[in-house]
Design a protein around this ligand. Structure first.
Ligand code: CMP
Length: 140
């Protein structure tokens, strides 16, 4: 079964949208393999977003994701990477379709509520920044 890695960003936690968003993933049929509340360190954020290191928005991106606690999740299901990307919508919430998470709840491009791996390769890299091999062993 396929897996993906998701972060509910600090504003999702402070706005009280965690339950709503986790519920969408569960109702879709995705299984929770891991779920944890954590304040991400600068080092972890820089590793997570290393592909964006040279982009003008990198500093703001790291500041935003480290500004408060986040929820880290590993979700499992058929074609999990593509399914979750579709459910969260376009990177810019202004362009995200209504019915997607960013389309329904966001406006800011950096503070766009949710991060999700864009490929299985990204999943492999991203999930091991935060979880151990043992924590990702089959749970059900
Ligand atoms: P995320 O899915 O977390 O992955 C990379 C993040 O970079 C993205 O969501 C946005 O938060 C941020 N991002 C991408 N493009 C821009 C941009 N043009 N301006 C500001 N932030 C951006």
């Amino acid at each position: 079964m396929d897996r993906t890695f998701v972060i509910l960003k600090p504003s999702t936690v402070s706005r009280g949208l965690v339950g709503e968003i986790v519920s969408r993933f569960e109702r879709k049929g995705l299984k929770l393999v891991q779920l944890r509340v954590k304040k991400i360190s600068r080092e972890e954020a820089e590793k997570l977003y290393s592909v964006h290191r040279d982009k003008p928005f990198f500093k703001g991106l790291v500041e935003t994701i480290t500004s408060g606690p986040v929820v880290l999740m590993v979700l499992e299901g058929r074609e999990a990477v593509q399914v979750v990307r579709k459910m969260i919508g376009a990177t810019d919430p202004v362009k995200a379709e209504a019915g997607t998470i960013r389309g329904d709840y966001g406006l800011d491009i950096t503070d766009n509520l949710v991060h999700a791996s864009d490929s299985s390769e990204s999943f492999e890299k991203e999930c091991f920044i935060f979880f151990t091999q043992q924590e990702l062993e089959k749970t059900h």
